[in-house]
Write a protein that binds this ligand. Structure first.
Ligand SMILES: *[C@@H]1O[C@H](CO)[C@@H](O)[C@H](O)[C@H]1NC(C)=O
Ligand SMILES: *[C@@H]1O[C@H](CO)[C@@H](O)[C@H](O)[C@H]1NC(C)=O
Ligand SMILES: *[C@@H]1O[C@H](CO)[C@@H](O)[C@H](O)[C@H]1NC(C)=O
Ligand SMILES: *[C@@H]1O[C@H](CO)[C@@H](O)[C@H](O)[C@H]1NC(C)=O
Ligand SMILES: *[C@@H]1O[C@H](CO)[C@@H](O)[C@H](O)[C@H]1NC(C)=O
Ligand SMILES: [Cu+2]
Length: 389
């Protein structure tokens, strides 16, 4: 095609020197569409993070103990099965909120309670990326410390399944998957109760009913939806999925993922593009954006529920990929990309102050207490020590 993509909009950045420094990130459109460019920037980001680790290892993190997170299909079958069994183990470990006694029944459920409590502060706010980074890492830690998991933590690169989410190795219903699609229902989009903003206006996916085959067929969702009178009350039901290839292809393709990373000169626009935050005119074209696109490619109940989506086991692979995008974006220009932007309420409603890196994120009793500054660096050693490949 010979078309060269202008990767940085200098009019937006107002700091053209940085743009020139990143000039080597110009890719032909065909490489962006095919995923080749994403592989390239992913490798660059990993190399940059490891180089930093090499020059400045910390007590907690060095090149010998750094963990490498991997795409689901690049993890060997037995290791994927071990991961899934560790998730099932968390579903049998005791829940940890002493003051919540009704619906939540497991440590896995406690993560859902935590997300429910913090949702208004950690979406479309200054905290979105760093909160979810800590949240997913804490889940990984529990898999290891409570359930003996020793393998790689998996992420889901949605764009690899833009041809058919139903045939994804995550959802093919095999022993090494995370269970199948939901049963086909004869209604349109039945599976997004109180879902994401705008969740009702696309056609349904290819399922909608209970997961029929393989892992998590017998998993009981214990509470929710967020529209219930008491969202934390016991409400046992099956796991429903409504896989949606069209949503995946339109909003979470390899092209979308790559351009979301390359077109954002600063953290405010990066997080806006990633979430389709329409307060930024430049972010409007992204629609559901990769964050919503990945969530809605799974959809169903509780996968399509803004508050309780972590009760869908694949939430963690989905947000692993969100965090990977953040990792890549940060490590393409590390010196400039350790900042925070935005306020401390969702869509700044109600209006609130700006978040700062010195703010404290307390996720007890599920996890620990950290300043946001400590969460910026995945190889900072306190608490993190991982990269993505
Ligand atoms: C339960 O405790 C958590 C913190 O441990 C708190 O955020 C939450 O508001 C409490 N919930 C109730 C219903 O008291
Ligand atoms: C599905 O719905 C359509 C339209 O409501 C109806 O005509 C059709 O009989 C239904 N099919 C089944 C299998 O229920
Ligand atoms: C689900 O439970 C049923 C009944 O106990 C059992 O026959 C089936 O093997 C279970 N399925 C899975 C995937 O664990
Ligand atoms: C997202 O990717 C799809 C498929 O590659 C493309 O059709 C669509 O236009 C992209 N969306 C944006 C906002 O660029
Ligand atoms: C909050 O951040 C915005 C955007 O960076 C900035 O324009 C504004 O002045 C900040 N507000 C305060 C009170 O610092
Ligand atoms: Cu979330």
């Amino acid at each position: 095609m010979g078309l060269v993509k202008k990767l940085l909009s200098l009019a937006l950045v107002g700091a053209s020197l940085r743009g020139m420094a990143l000039g080597q990130l110009d890719f032909p459109q065909e490489d962006i569409d095919s995923g080749k460019a994403l592989q390239s920037i992913s490798a660059t980001a990993k190399a940059n993070a490891l180089a930093r680790l090499e020059t400045a290892p910390t007590e907690g993190c060095n090149k010998d103990n750094v963990r490498v997170r991997k795409e689901w299909r690049n993890i060997p079958g037995p290791e994927r099965t071990a991961y899934r069994k560790a998730v099932e183990c968390l579903m049998n470990a005791p829940q940890v909120y002493e003051n919540v006694t009704d619906g939540p029944r497991s440590l896995f459920d406690s993560f859902g309670v935590l997300h429910y409590y913090l949702t208004p502060a950690v979406h479309n706010s200054a905290y979105f990326l760093l909160f979810h980074r800590l949240y997913v890492w804490t889940f990984e830690e529990k898999l290891r410390t409570e359930c003996g998991y020793t393998g790689a933590f998996p992420y889901w690169e949605w764009g690899l399944d833009a041809g058919s989410v139903e045939n994804s190795p995550l959802f093919d219903g095999s022993e090494t998957s995370m269970g199948s699609n939901g049963a086909k229902l004869n209604t349109s989009n039945p599976g997004s109760p109180g879902g994401f903003p705008g969740g009702g206006f696309f056609g349904g996916g290819s399922g909608g009913g209970c997961v029929t085959t393989g892992p998590f067929t017998n998993y009981t969702v214990n509470f929710g939806p967020n529209t219930a009178a008491n969202p934390l009350a016991y409400n046992p039901r099956c796991l429903k999925r409504d896989l949606n290839t069209q949503i995946c292809a339109q909003w979470a393709s390899l092209k979308n993922t790559t351009e979301t990373i390359l077109e954002a000169p600063d953290i405010a626009l990066f997080q806006a593009n990633l979430q389709g935050d329409f307060r930024w005119p430049e972010a409007r074209k992204w629609g559901f954006a990769v964050h919503g696109g990945g969530h809605f490619a799974i959809a169903g109940d509780p996968g399509g529920d803004f508050y309780f989506s972590p009760l869908e086991p694949v939430f963690y692979q989905h947000h692993g990929q969100i965090d990977r995008m953040y990792f890549i974006w940060q490590n393409l220009d590390w010196e400039q990309r350790q900042t925070m932007a935005g306020t401390i309420t969702m869509m700044n409603m109600p209006a609130s102050r700006n978040g700062t890196l010195d703010d404290v994120l307390d996720i007890r009793p599920v996890g620990g207490t950290h300043t946001y500054r400590e969460l910026l660096d995945t190889v900072g050693g306190s608490p993190f020590c991982f990269v993505y490949e």
